[in-house]
Design a protein around this ligand. Structure first.
Ligand SMILES: *Cc1c(COP(=O)(O)O)cnc(C)c1O
Length: 380
């Protein structure tokens, strides 16, 4: 079955008892056993739940994996993956990762005596130099946040394999519609399901997807032992979102391309960071790595400073001033004061996140309306 068919049918098989075309939401926290000590497929809601499992089957199929685990949030999923590391281990992460991931690595994981080095993942030599004999995990994100930097995942996997590292990719921005890292040799795909997978700004969730039984067992053990599972109602909402994932992402990409072209031609705007623009430094890799679209996230710099950018993000009417992304509603934000405020100011400057940078998440509204909204905000 093709991607869109799987997004509707895998994990959504009709209920055998009632014939319901949408499987019921299973809310039970515990399950009756045939005999003491004889466990059936489901025994307790933290260890497994049919509604959560249905979602895990769908997303595993869409990412080309064999197993998935659904977590209470994207950060819980990332934490679940980093718990593979032990005291004395080291990990390398791409420099422009999600702000919350930066905070988890530097403020929580570091407490367990795990070393962390951020490296520019577009510079393969710098990336390889950051690897030490203790390095166990390489964490990447493409497109990167908030500069939409493109990392050549296949090339990074080659380096990781040479050093026997696990590779994990936060695929939240690209979604499996545009990039399927497991097919490129990546070991773990992570998503904030809060974004495109859910797609409607009404649920928080996270997933990990793998195609290796042993790695799945280790991640499952950690998730069951620590407990940050996704609840049944939230699992249902993400499952419902997945049915329209491809349609939404393709249309949002088309609108983002139009907005990028508008911004690129506008004299009031400085740099436009969108991988679909031929001038973007990652354009050629993105054309290879992202199939049929360049994503619906883009950033741009307004001439001026912190205050100018702040005025712009407060002047749009359709683009709502909020962090998060990937839903049907368009959003706008200033990374320096919002999504990346948890970065040290020095790290922000080092990674090129200017005070005048603005990030938008392009939703499903009409492209002309969105462009007119930005236009009036720039005038103000
Ligand atoms: C939102 C986000 C996360 C964190 O996910 P939550 O669901 O908010 O915990 C991680 N990575 C990226 C790229 C994100 O956008």
């Amino acid at each position: 079955m093709k991607f869109r068919t799987r997004s509707i049918h895998v994990g959504n098989e009709r209920d055998p008892e009632t014939g319901a075309v949408v499987p019921p939401i299973h809310v039970a926290s515990t399950y009756v056993q045939h005999q003491a000590g004889e466990w059936r497929e489901f025994d307790y809601g933290r260890s497994g739940n049919p509604t959560r499992k249905a979602l895990e089957r769908t997303i595993a199929s869409l990412e080309g994996g064999t197993h998935a685990l659904a977590f209470a949030s994207g950060m819980a999923a990332t934490h679940g993956a980093t718990m593979l590391l032990e005291s004395g281990d080291h990990m390398v992460a791409g420099a422009d990762i999600y702000g919350g991931t930066y905070r988890l690595l530097h403020k929580i994981l570091s407490r367990s005596n795990v070393g962390i080095t951020l490296a520019n993942s577009r510079d393969l030599e710098e990336l390889e130099r950051a690897i030490t004999p203790q390095t166990k995990l390489l964490w990447l994100e493409s497109p990167g946040n908030p500069l939409m930097s493109i990392t050549d995942l296949a090339a990074c996997v080659e380096i990781a394999k040479r050093h026997k590292l696990l590779t994990a990719v936060d695929n939240t921005f690209a979604t499996p519609v545009l990039t399927r890292p497991l097919e490129l040799g990546v070991d773990i795909v992570m998503h904030s399901a809060t974004k495109y997978l859910g797609g409607h700004s009404d649920v928080l969730g996270g997933v990990l997807v793998v195609n290796d039984d042993e790695l799945f067992d280790r991640l499952y053990f950690t998730q069951n032992a620590t407990g940050a599972v996704l609840g049944p109602f939230d699992s249902f909402l993400v499952s419902r979102g997945l049915k329209t994932l491809e349609l939404r992402v393709r249309e949002q990409c088309r609108t983002a391309e139009k907005i990028a072209a508008f911004l690129d031609a506008d004299a009031r705007i400085g740099r436009v960071l969108y991988p679909g623009l031929p001038g973007h430094p990652g354009h050629d890799i993105a054309r290879r790595q992202m199939c049929g679209g360049f994503g619906a996230m883009l950033s741009f710099e307004v001439a001026g400073d912190f205050e100018t950018a702040k005025r712009v993000v407060q002047s749009t009417k359709l683009f709502q001033l909020a962090v998060s992304l990937g839903a049907v509603e368009s959003l706008i934000e200033q990374p320096a004061s919002m999504s990346h405020a948890s970065y040290d100011a020095a790290d922000r400057a080092k990674h090129g996140i200017a005070d005048g940078l603005i990030r938008i998440s392009v939703g499903l509204e009409d492209a002309d309306d969105l462009i007119a909204d930005l236009d009036q905000a720039f005038d103000r």
